[in-house]
Design a protein around this ligand. Sequence first.
Ligand code: ADP
Ligand code: MG
Length: 256
Amino acid sequence: MAKIFCVANQKGGVGKTTTTVNLAAGLAKVGQRVLMVDLDPQGNATMGSGVDKRQMALSVYDVLLESASVAEAAVFSEKCGYHVLGANRELAGAEVELVEVERREKRLKTALAEVLDNYDFVLIDCPPSLSMLTLNGLCAAHGVIVPMQCEYFALEGLTDLVNTIKQVHANLNKDLAIIGLLRVMFDPRITLQQQVSDQLKAHFGDKVFDTVIPRNVRLAEAPSYGLPGVIFDPSARGSQAFVAFASEMVARIGKL
Ligand code: ADP
Ligand code: MG
């Protein structure tokens, strides 16, 4: 049975999509069966997994509106080694269309239940908001992975997300937990980053993943080739860090 994880942080540009696609590719590399779900209408995780968001016959939008199953809408990315349930601009409309329907926040959970035996991991890339789409991700998930940059306001920004997760846990999804905080785009030469990193560990203890993802230009270049860095340049430091992170996740799951 697959474990389902949301990669969430209501801030944009913090590394959610980079984390989702590289963790997916890293997990596939270490032999895990992975489904990557793109819940962001920007479709960056879709494109970054080698799937053209403009050419998709079916997407996560059709799944949320119950006009297609996950099995029908997901495609296998040969280059990346995992399945992709893609998103494009159409998904922005789902927000409005779901307002009227029953159990609207459980649509993704219900749809994923049918395919859980086919995968070891389902990773959900969330949009930079605490919207109905993110809520669908949080309702479906066992845990949340929070990528964050070690900057001055990082801890402050976490409060909203932590409160949302607590509310979802209390009212909608008893399984939900923060699995961990992932330090990304890390530059150890910057004293402030080192200080914030130490604060994070003091505050959140073992909720902070051991693996640290360095700032690495190869990770930023990879999406323009429609690939995760892990596939585009496996030898890059950032790629190696994501494969290490995949192994750390596999080890943690054993303890969940
Ligand atoms: P989000 O999904 O949270 O908006 P992205 O994953 O799209 O964030 O990352 C924002 C930008 O930062 C992108 O241009 C991405 O390529 C770049 N980026 C992310 N992680 C790294 C990293 N470890 N090193 C260098 N650039 C990175
Ligand atoms: Mg993104």
